[in-house]
Design a protein around this ligand. Structure first.
Ligand code: UTP
Length: 225
């Protein structure tokens, strides 16, 4: 299988140490023995901190995004270092480079590309670009809920949702740098147009990546129709 895995910055750099990078490197390395793996890494808190500095300098939102992208690329670089020779040791800056580097047969790790979206969108575009069989989004929650689980204790995890229903649910949410809610519009639109099989799972436990790939009932599956 050809897989795109999006690892949220809120997961991989949460504790500002090497552990999650190492855990993911081990799992990705094993998966790469049988599958073709592309990884997109998010920016997390360091990205938001840097974005805030640019915002305070009053440089405009697109420049905030630029700084966010740089941070996602640093996180990608850290994962590359953890993967050693199992990964192609260069962070692609666009989709064409990702495809080119994949000719090496190694794991590809990238961060952001252009302003105005998050790495969720990058992962969905990449999945379309490389014709992936599956997109797995590893995030800091168990999936999508029918209401905010932080506010409502009776909130239930949605096992399956259509891309249209998801678009409706996130309509009108903030699109400023560093503040993409849960999943961004562009990502869902890409999933819809390419009928891409996608799963959102909790990435705090990297084993969930393996479970999602094995088709275990986990997280929220996004279906195109
Ligand atoms: P993230 O993808 O990490 O954004 O990129 P996020 O969803 O806000 O954060 P987490 O990690 O899931 O908590 C960080 C920021 O970098 C910019 C955006 O400003 C984004 O919020 N970015 C990233 C881009 O502008 N383009 C990209 O392709 C990627």
């Amino acid at each position: 299988m050809r897989i795109v895995a999006a690892i949220g910055g809120s997961i991989i750099i949460k504790d500002y140490n090497y552990k999650k990078f190492q855990e993911y490197a081990e799992i990705l390395g094993n998966l790469a023995k049988e599958h073709e793996i592309f990884v997109v890494v998010g920016g997390g808190k360091p990205a938001r901190d840097y974005i805030q500095i640019v915002r305070d300098l009053d440089c405009g939102e697109a420049k905030c995004d630029d700084i966010g992208i740089e941070v996602t690329r640093i996180n990608a670089k850290l994962l590359l270092l953890s993967l050693e020779d199992k990964a192609y040791q260069k962070v692609p800056h666009n989709f064409q480079e990702a495809l080119e580097y994949s000719a090496s047969g190694k794991i590809i790790v990238m961060g952001g590309t252009e302003p105005a979206h998050s790495t969720d969108a990058v992962s969905a575009i990449l999945a379309e670009y490389v014709k992936a069989d599956l997109l797995i989004n590893l995030t800091s929650v168990d999936g999508m809920y029918n209401k905010d689980p932080n506010k409502y204790p009776d909130a239930e995890l949605i096992e399956e949702i259509t891309a249209d229903e998801m678009l409706e649910a996130i309509k009108g949410k903030d699109v400023k740098a560093g503040t993409y809610e849960f999943f961004d519009m562009t990502a869902i639109q890409m999933i819809r147009r390419s009928a891409l099989e996608s799963i959102i799972v909790n990435g705090d436990n990297p084993e969930n990546l393996v479970k999602a790939m094995n088709g275990e009932k986990i997280g929220t599956k996004i279906v195109s129709k």
